[in-house]
Design a protein around this ligand. Structure first.
Ligand SMILES: Cc1ncc(COP(=O)(O)O)c(C=O)c1O
Length: 380
């Protein structure tokens, strides 16, 4: 199988990730519950993953890293726990439904939002931003890179503007964590949401967030935390008070080894490999007949995914043919991001997305291009 849906969920993972998940699954121990050796060992494993994530994201207050099931949950905890009736939020026009749907729900609670338009390539000009702030704007929420257009949003400028307007800056790193540099201090990120199973190379079922100390957050879930058990109210201590119920220790621990693998390889090497593969893919796609590529032209201005549309075929037709006849996995449709497709002008029919992995080689890209060439006809 040639797998080009890494922006959906990455495959394969580093071998150590599979090994860790299997080993920890066999070992037992409920973290933070009791002082037996199995529980203490499980707590240690969670801490190791916090340490690795702290290193990757420049986080020193590790207790402010909270584990969830995925980034969708993280964003929900953030939006529902930080905002109050009367608040106004700004988002970009390439946000995923993980952001848009909670905000649509929050409208019922008197919370409003505005969408800052990106250009059709999914690029956001920070100079346009000032216009959208209102006296009650409390939060700016942006994806670091579009999961449809691949465009990278200018985080540093956005963080600065959010601070100038006294706003909380929330970043969805689903498509960039583990590939692009992220530093919560340098980029002034107050709330960083991550998911484990994409470019962080971990398993499904684990994600999380970081929230800067001093910012108040209401939990979404209340219950057992393993600490302050006599108190019937939720303890206001981190991370325990934000992690009610047993965490997915095997997945969190495996995620930690995925992040350690990334740290060993180095972001620069991972990113350069991605750019090299993307250059080959973009060049090859340009030579195919009837293909329109979405997103920025320069490989260095985008993350490792390329979406396109076809003059003569629907995205689903091509995806189906690649799957059935060539054993090549791609993703057709709206990618849970109708705002991004509206921005690109592809809301009616969606697009076909090819997304890359650190473990692919140029010959994988050539195999994809050759299959596309046979389906479409052309010279790639
Ligand atoms: C930009 C972005 N945000 C959020 C998500 C949701 O990720 P998850 O399903 O891991 O919660 C995705 C996944 O497709 C994404 O690409």
């Amino acid at each position: 199988m040639l797998y080009f849906d890494n922006a959906g969920t990455s495959w394969p993972k580093p071998e150590v990730v599979y090994q860790t998940q299997d080993r920890v699954s066999r070992q037992g121990g409920n973290p933070g519950r009791g002082v037996n050796q199995a529980s203490l060992q499980a707590s240690r494993l969670l801490f190791q993953t916090r340490e690795a994530l702290g290193q990757l994201f420049g986080i020193t207050h590790l207790e402010r890293i909270i584990f969830t099931q995925n980034i969708t949950e993280s964003i929900n905890v953030g939006l529902q726990g930080l905002l109050y009736p009367g608040d106004h939020i700004l988002i970009s026009s390439v946000e995923h439904n993980a952001v848009v749907r909670p905000l649509e729900y929050l409208k019922e609670k008197g919370i409003s939002y505005s969408v800052i338009p990106c250009n059709p390539r999914g690029e956001l000009d920070p100079a346009t931003l000032g216009f959208y702030f209102r006296p009650n704007t409390r939060l700016l929420c942006c994806t670091h890179a579009s999961n449809v257009l691949g465009s990278i949003l200018p985080l540093n400028e956005l963080g600065l503007i959010a601070k100038q307007h006294n706003c909380i800056f929330m970043v969805d790193t689903a498509q960039t964590a583990g590939v692009l540099p992220l530093d919560v201090e340098e980029q002034q990120i107050d709330f960083l949401a991550f998911t484990g199973h994409k470019s962080l190379m971990g398993p499904q079922g684990v994600g999380g967030f970081y929230l800067k100390q001093g910012i108040n957050l209401r939990p979404l879930i209340y219950g057992g935390t393993g600490v302050h058990s006599l108190d019937l109210r939720q303890p206001a201590i981190w991370p325990e008070g934000m992690e009610s119920g047993t965490r997915n220790v095997p997945a969190i621990s495996a995620l930690g080894t995925g992040v350690e693998y990334i740290l060993q390889q180095g972001l620069e090497k991972i990113r350069q490999h991605e750019i090299a593969l993307m250059s080959v893919l973009l060049e090859g796609l340009k030579n195919l007949p009837g293909v329109r590529i979405l997103g920025p032209e320069d490989p260095a201005s985008r993350v490792g995914l390329v979406s396109c549309i076809f003059e003569e075929y629907t995205p689903e037709e091509i995806s189906f043919e690649l799957d059935q006849s060539y054993n090549i996995i791609t993703r057709a449709g709206l990618h849970c991001a109708p705002l991004a497709h509206r921005t690109a002008g592809t809301i009616e029919r969606g697009a076909l997305r090819f997304s890359l992995s650190y473990f692919q080689t140029e010959s994988d890209i050539h195999a994809l291009l050759s299959a596309l060439k046979t389906i479409l006809g052309g010279t790639a």
